[in-house]
Design a binder for this molecule. Structure first.
Ligand code: AMP
Ligand code: ZN
Length: 473
């Protein structure tokens, strides 16, 4: 069943209509976070992709199933395309556990929880399944066994099981990195220790060596899974053997998605994924946002400045997902002002004038068609800005159009905001203090501050996107 959503397919190098190949639901897989640190807002820009796709498909009455993995084991520092490549390859979660002197699973669960909180702050729809790598070891081992049986994988002299890259003739279709162009010593997954048959073969099951944490028994000895096999195993297992739409950030095209495609296709003996779609990177003040660049911004940094985290969402919507976007604090502040202005207007428009249902339907269609055309969210926002100023449409009609548009935009445009702007200066300081207390999980102090604010006539409530306040009449 073909839907009316078109997205640019990286492998096909053209826009393609997204389909529900089982006629029931569009099966979507989006590579999830590696939970060794907080997701930065760049990661969230990529995670917004699945949310937009789902909202658009649901608006057309199409069902979806979204699976997103939680990588809590196997993601080595060297697997990350644009980040620093370190001399010795380290598991990211284990390295973080060591630096915090804590149990790796405790680290992983804490950041996983933080991830879900961040998704809620940005109104990003919840996936149907969040399988954790460490809990799907059997699925990965099963896939590796099948690959060995089919002659696609082998155990090297070092005990590690490798994928035999040369058995997969269409390697490179996603990224353009064909096997014959990959020089020995290219920086991904390469160790010149003679264990592999071919320099571009990659590890499916890594022999534990001296590692003692996050290791499991297997038919090939004690070890741990590679990062790429995780996504093949989970996508095939949780999406019933076929992926209609696969999402991820641009840096995952190679080697992660090339390797995933080779593994999955080799098992199912056809194209396991219909459409591969990638989001461009977020830059912050001119440079790619990443831990190694040192310009990471977190959702909590935005909330701490008393800015609505949904301002980030508006900033993302004002840029096409396929273009790199440069985020600045000025842009976030401007988006915050815009969202507040829209919410104020929504309040005043609600009961003003006659409702023109024809105009509501027509405008909703314009906005939906824009986003269906390769997620042209910029066009949708431009239309919203145009409607805000338009004088031939009644306020009540605008109110309804904004409500419909917000089903896609997800900016909580109908949220009531405090209309009394004369907050006493003392209360302003207390609100700020309380926000910081909540961010540092100091709930005792945050409750005390709430009580002090109440004494000043300010009622504070906590919402998914932070605290909101109202002044008592
Ligand atoms: P990670 O948690 O490092 O595995 O990354 C999670 C997702 O965020 C992946 O899909 C990456 O491609 C994506 N990503 C990483 N850095 C950025 C960035 N600066 N802008 C947008 N997406 C990013
Ligand atoms: Zn993945």
């Amino acid at each position: 069943m073909k839907t009316s959503l078109q997205l640019y397919d990286t492998r096909l190098r053209k826009k393609a209509f997204i389909s529900a190949s089982n006629e029931t639901e569009v099966r979507i897989y989006c590579c999830g976070p590696t939970v060794y640190r907080n997701a930065h807002v760049g990661n969230l820009r990529t995670f917004l992709l699945s949310d937009l796709v789902i909202r658009i498909l649901h608006a057309r009455g199409v069902n979806t199933k979204l699976v997103q993995n939680i990588t809590d084991v196997g993601h080595m520092s060297e697997d990350v395309g644009d980040d620093l490549v370190q001399e010795s390859s380290e598991d990211k979660v284990l390295a973080q556990a060591e630096s915090e002197n804590r149990d790796p699973f405790a680290i992983a669960r804490e950041y996983e929880q933080g991830y879900h909180q961040d998704l809620r702050s940005l109104n990003i729809s919840v996936a149907d399944n969040y399988p954790r790598a460490s809990e799907c070891i059997d699925l990965m081992q099963n896939l590796i066994e099948q690959l060995i049986e089919k002659g696609k994988a082998y155990q090297g002299g070092d005990g590690t099981v490798y994928f035999d890259a040369q058995t997969f003739s269409t390697y490179g279709e996603i990224s353009g990195n064909r096997l014959d162009q990959l020089k020995p010593g290219h920086r991904f997954d390469y160790h010149d220790d003679g264990a592999k048959k071919f320099h571009a073969d990659w590890a499916l099951w890594k022999s534990a060596g001296g590692r003692t944490q996050m290791v499991w028994p297997s038919p090939w000895g004690i070890g741990f899974p590679g990062w790429h096999i995780e996504c093949s195993a989970m996508s095939l297992a949780f999406l019933d053997g076929h992926v209609d739409l696969h999402l991820g950030g641009m840096d995952l095209r190679f080697p992660h998605h090339e390797n995933e495609r080779a593994q999955s296709n080799s098992v199912v003996e056809e194209e396991a994924v219909d459409n591969w779609v990638h989001g461009e990177h977020l830059l912050f003040e001119g440079r790619k946002m990443s831990k190694s660049t040192g310009n990471v911004v977190l959702v909590r940094d935005v909330a701490a400045k008393n800015l609505d985290p949904l301002s980030l969402r508006l900033c993302f919507l004002e840029n096409r997902y396929r273009s790199q976007m440069d985020l600045t604090w000025e842009a976030i502040v401007a988006a915050n002002t815009t969202i507040h202005r829209w919410r104020e207007k929504m309040h005043s428009w609600e009961n003003d004038g006659e409702l023109d249902e024809g105009a509501v339907a027509a405008e909703t269609e314009i906005i939906l068609s824009a986003v269906e055309d390769d997620l042209d969210t910029l066009k949708a926002i431009q239309r919203i800005r145009f409607l805000e100023r338009e004088t031939t449409i009644s306020p009540k009609t605008k109110h309804q159009i904004f409500i419909r548009a917000d089903l896609i935009l997800g900016l909580d445009l109908d949220r009531r905001i405090s209309r009394d702007l004369t907050l006493p200066p003392e209360a302003e300081r207390l609100l700020e203090e309380r926000q910081i207390a909540r961010l540092s999980k100091d709930f005792h102090n945050s409750d005390l501050l709430r009580d002090r604010l109440l004494e000043l006539g300010v009622v504070v409530k906590d919402t998914q996107t932070g605290q909101v306040w109202e002044i008592l009449d």
